[in-house]
Write a protein of this length. Structure first.
Length: 362
């Protein structure tokens, strides 16, 4: 039986492994972290549902609901409770037209998706990655080997297949490979075997993000929170403060009764992302929120998540580099999967992974 190597245990890698194992293939998945899911990361903490990563996926997606149905969690899909949004002009909140918030923030969203919002799962986006991981470790466990905490150093052609050396001295031998990492990591993995088309991916542009989720007693906020949240006008984005989501207004059952949670989004300076403690980020988020909303007292709880150079930017040059590398990989047993290569967002990651799984298993 042919053995497929999947490098990367985020949503794309999990989807490839799931679909390939479903098709009867033997799969080994290599992930350097000690957890699966990548940027799908939901925490359940004393009645709060907190997203440390992606908050949802575009409402018009067909690929994500289809995958959810296959996993038996289609009934857990939920939409937004609110669709209106606000803008902060430095002095007050003003209502925005549908889609204006995404446009304002520069989200890479097709025009026909603007204003339609996002969907998620009852237990948060982590419900999707948990369901995938659950299948790989239960009904498909005889076909799947998970190697967590294992960092792939490179990809080496050996005979008709490949060897994936791992840091620490061990290695994995496979007949074909799906690389489901970020673009810069893919460049490092593939450069020795595939030369300049792979090395060029090291120039892929990315953005960093830091988010702080704050919890308050509902009566501590003198605002109806009657929307999905607000975006901050560019001249007033102090410390990279770009937006806030009114989590408990946007989605149901995200906090205990009488509590409200809000997520504060920053585009952080590199030195702040590396050096600031969770307490410092929480204090910054409270100060920024206090400029916009009348809030009494400090947050009762907070959760901080940092994503360094994790958000791909799909400029024309990057798209061209991906196409050039895929041309060099064609017919050679290596595929690319994920949002780093085929469009940002959860829907694009799933569609990319489904295509890679079909190609590698066909």
């Amino acid at each position: 039986m042919q053995r497929i190597g999947v490098i990367g245990g985020g949503l794309a890698g999990l989807t490839v492994a799931y679909r390939a194992a479903q098709a009867g293939r033997s799969v080994v998945l290599v992930e350097p972290a000690d957890r699966l899911g990548g940027q799908l990361w939901t925490v359940h903490d004393q009645g709060f549902t907190v997203e440390l990563g992606a908050e949802g996926f575009v409402a018009r997606s067909e690929a994500v609901p289809a995958l959810a149905d296959a996993l038996g969690i289609g009934a857990a899909l939920v939409g937004q409770s609110e669709t209106r949004s606000y803008g902060f002009d430095g002095a007050r909140l003003v209502p925005l037209a549908p889609g204006e918030a995404a446009t304002f923030l520069g989200f890479q969203v097709p025009r026909d998706e603007l204003g339609k919002g996002i969907r998620t799962f009852q237990q948060g986006m982590g419900q999707l990655s948990d369901a995938l991981a659950g299948e790989l470790t239960s009904s498909l466990r005889d076909r799947v080997e998970l190697r967590l905490g294992a960092r792939a150093a490179t990809v080496t052609p050996v005979g008709s297949g490949f060897r994936i050396p791992l840091e620490g001295g061990s290695a994995v031998d496979v007949s074909s490979i799906v690389v489901a990492t970020g673009a810069v990591a893919a460049a490092s993995l593939l450069a020795d075997a595939f030369g300049e088309p792979a090395r060029a991916l090291a120039a892929a542009p990315t953005l960093s993000s830091c988010t702080v989720t704050l919890a308050y007693p509902r009566d501590a906020i003198d605002h109806p929170l009657d929307g999905t949240g607000f975006v901050v006008a560019a001249p007033h984005q102090e410390h990279g403060f770009r937006a806030s989501t009114f989590i408990t207004s946007k989605f149901p059952d995200r906090a205990p009764e009488g509590q409200a949670s809000l997520r504060i989004f920053f585009r952080p300076a590199a030195e702040d992302l590396a050096a600031m403690s969770d307490d410092a980020w929480t204090a910054r988020a409270e100060a920024c929120l206090g400029r916009v909303l009348p809030v009494r007292g400090s947050a009762s709880r907070s959760w901080v998540s940092r994503w360094a150079a994790a958000l791909p930017v799909f400029e024309p040059a990057h798209k061209a580099r991906v196409l050039a590398l895929e041309a060099a990989l064609a017919g050679r047993g290596v595929s690319l999967a994920g949002a780093a290569f085929h469009g940002s967002g959860i829907d694009a990651a799933v569609r990319s992974a489904e295509a890679a799984a079909l190609a590698i298993s066909g």
